[in-house]
Design a binder for this molecule. Structure first.
Ligand code: 4NP
Length: 148
């Protein structure tokens, strides 16, 4: 799960996906990172922590890190929150094999629409909406990549 700062959107996405993967008994490794370096080492934004807590998720132990080329080799699927993240991650990817691992997460819920998860950093009200978007998208991701 990749966003810009790895403190607002992708920590929520990681928490939601981690819970769904556990519920479904899937042996998936779930992680998140940011394309930027500004918040490395920081816990998630307090508004993401609060939103997660409201829905029974504890994301407080996550720490922000920056995505690296090794992540493209290591993970099978790299899901970005918006188009800017998508372009930045593609720059790290080796053609063609690694490029094919990269997708915008909302494509799973709304194919062909090119929708982005809005950056909520400057908008206190956006976090609940983002939680709902990511919950639906994570369901679709699991549906697409798991058997039954
Ligand atoms: P995120 O949100 O990419 O969802 O973690 C942001 C966090 C920090 C900044 C921008 C977006 N920032 O400009 O520091």
């Amino acid at each position: 799960m990749v966003c810009l700062g790895n403190i607002c959107r992708s920590p929520l996405a990681e928490g939601i996906m981690r819970q769904k993967v556990t519920e479904r008994g899937l042996n998936w490794e779930v992680d998140s990172a940011g394309t930027g370096f500004w918040h490395i080492g920081e816990p998630p934004d307090s508004r993401s922590i609060q939103t997660a807590r409201k829905y029974g998720l504890d994301i407080t132990t996550q720490r922000a890190r920056q995505i690296s080329a090794q992540d493209l080799a290591r993970f099978d699927l790299i899901l970005t929150m918006d188009e800017s993240n998508y372009r930045d991650v593609l720059r790290l990817a080796k053609p063609q094999h690694q490029e094919d691992k990269v997708a915008m997460i909302l494509d799973y819920a709304h194919p062909g629409k090119n929708l982005s998860v809005p950056d909520p950093y400057w908008d206190d009200d956006g976090f609940d909406q983002i939680y709902q978007m990511l919950t639906e998208a994570c369901e679709r991701v699991i549906d697409a990549h798991s058997q039954g």
